[in-house]
Design a binder for this molecule. Structure first.
Ligand code: HEC
Ligand code: HEC
Length: 248
């Protein structure tokens, strides 16, 4: 089908837009069409994303690309804005997002948060039992003496996260998890202040980062990773990216 032919039908305007000026990534050149709940439009818009994040944003539990399907909408939106504004660094993502509006990013976030697609079984990992035991203790109990709250205190008892701002901790590659904790330690990743994750990551020694990442990555994902409902538990620390905890 040639662009000229597509131009004749109203739906073809979108087609031409995708083939032509909007090739970059379904850019906002047809606001009228984008506003409709048009599956074809959203599928086209997120096609460049699935090249890295996998079909429907499900990724795989190995490698580095994080799964984005089913993560809470507010969390996803915050991350897209963070990449666009340089609070997180990954050049191809920043490039894709740099000219997109907050509203457009919120729609993409909403789309991925609503995908309820199955998780594969976790990979079998080489970490020693002792390392995984240390990881499990940090995740479920924390280390009160050193002021490290249990990860489960915020990420949920089942570690599947809390809507709408706290992501689950399971079903992600160990390298990605360790990479994020390392990025917070060295200031490469930042969230709204007070940045609770930066404070927590700063207290973890490298072996603990490896231990907790290996243990989390080796857990099966219960309840297909659904985050618990909003506001069901009080957080042990204030987090700027969770507005109700930040104002307490
Ligand atoms: C070239 C590969 C690539 C493309 C294309 C890409 N991403 Fe990413 N994305 C990544 C990588 C790698 C990361 C992790 C970067 C880091 O280390 O923080 C990431 C991180 C993310 C995160 C944060 C995930 C989390 O759990 O915090 C979101 C959300 C996201 N991408 C959404 C998108 C969307 C939406 C698109 C399409 C507009 C897209 N990505 C296109 C590679 C890509
Ligand atoms: C006080 C609450 C709190 C505690 C305790 C906590 N987290 Fe988080 N965590 C958050 C919030 C909020 C975010 C989202 C930050 C953002 O918006 O960038 C997050 C995000 C993360 C991410 C990034 C997820 C992704 O997909 O990129 C990782 C990794 C993480 N936490 C690991 C941990 C580990 C490991 C522990 C325990 C040692 C822990 N967290 C304890 C609140 C918490």
């Amino acid at each position: 089908v040639t662009p000229r032919r597509l131009l004749r039908s109203p739906a073809g305007i979108l087609g031409v837009c995708i083939i032509g000026a909007c090739l970059d990534i379904g850019l906002n050149c047809t606001p009228g069409l984008a506003a409709q709940p048009d599956l074809t439009g959203m599928t086209a818009r997120v096609a460049p994303c699935t090249a890295c994040h996998g079909k429907e944003g499900r990724a795989t539990p190995s490698g580095y690309f994080p799964r984005i399907a089913g993560k809470p909408a507010g969390y996803l939106r915050n991350q897209l804005v963070n990449f666009r504004e340089g609070r997180r660094y990954y050049a191809p993502m920043t490039y894709l997002l740099e000219h997109l509006s907050d509203a457009y990013l919120a729609e993409i976030a909403q789309h991925f948060s609503e995908l309820d697609v199955p998780y594969p079984p976790p990979p079998s990992l080489l970490a020693s039992p002792a390392l995984r035991e240390r990881g499990q203790a940090l995740a479920l109990e924390g280390d009160a003496e050193r002021g490290i709250p249990a990860c489960a205190g915020c990420h949920g008892r089942a570690l599947t996260g809390a809507a709408p701002y706290i992501p689950g901790r399971l079903g992600l590659p160990p390298d990605y998890l360790a990479g994020q904790l390392g990025a917070w330690k060295n200031g490469q990743r930042r969230a709204a202040k007070p940045d609770c994750m930066a404070q927590i990551a700063a207290k973890l020694v490298p072996e603990e980062v490896a231990a907790v990442s290996a243990w989390m990555a080796s857990q099966a994902v219960p309840d297909n990773g659904r985050p618990r409902p909003a506001g069901t538990e009080k957080l042990p620390m204030r987090c700027g990216s969770v507005p109700e905890s930040a104002s307490r």
